[in-house]
Ligand binder design. Structure first.
Ligand code: IDP
Ligand code: MG
Length: 173
């Protein structure tokens, strides 16, 4: 019997998940996938990051609302953040997508994350609580977009060194 090759996948707890205080519930549910976390951080999502992340949807009628949603614009300032995670392990992409559930939270398996916690807003936005990469190519693009090499524990993709102009760096005082 062959062992499945390790895969990598990007998970984002979207601002509605942050606002509803679901980070713990989501990580607990994702633990069922028996994967390991190799990167995790909380961050504000800039417009350009949002547009790059969702560039495959730029012609959709809901694109502008989606960009505002992933930035947390409809919520208070303290919820304008996401938690981004990279999971590694066998069959990671399919396992995480299965636990996440279908894109439309009303059609998602009721026991999945999106089925349990998602909703469709009156504006028609699918507030579905998490993002999960959909295939290996997307996962690589998305991980490289959201994480720097040094933010990942262990080797993931090939890296290179680039020279930087000497400048300022903020350090703890
Ligand atoms: P996915 O998140 O399941 O991979 P995508 O098609 O990549 O689904 O869409 C990205 C996100 O855009 C979804 O998670 C959801 O928040 C939003 N979205 C997708 N399709 C629709 C739609 O038909 N109406 C409203 N929002 C949508
Ligand atoms: Mg997608």
């Amino acid at each position: 019997m062959s062992t499945p090759k390790d895969e990598y996948t990007l998970v984002i707890v979207k601002p509605d998940g942050i606002k509803k205080s679901l980070t713990g519930n989501i990580l607990t549910k994702l633990a069922e996938a028996r994967l390991i976390i190799i990167g995790a951080k909380v961050l504000h999502v800039s417009k350009s990051l949002a547009e790059d992340h969702y560039r495959h949807l730029k012609d959709k009628p809901f694109f502008n609302d989606l960009i505002e949603y992933i930035q947390g614009k409809p919520y208070g300032e303290e919820y304008q953040r996401v938690m981004a995670l990279v999971y590694r392990g066998p069959d990671a992409i399919r396992r995480v997508r299965a636990l996440a559930g279908s894109t439309n939270p009303e059609e998602a398996d009721p026991v999945s994350i999106r089925g349990s916690y998602g909703r469709i807003t009156t504006k028609g936005v699918f507030e579905n609580v998490i993002h999960a990469s959909s295939d290996a190519k997307d996962a690589e693009r998305e991980i490289k977009l959201w994480f720097k090499p040094e933010e990942i524990v262990g080797d993931l993709f090939p890296v290179k060194k680039v020279k930087r102009e000497a400048g300022e760096e903020t350090v703890w005082s």
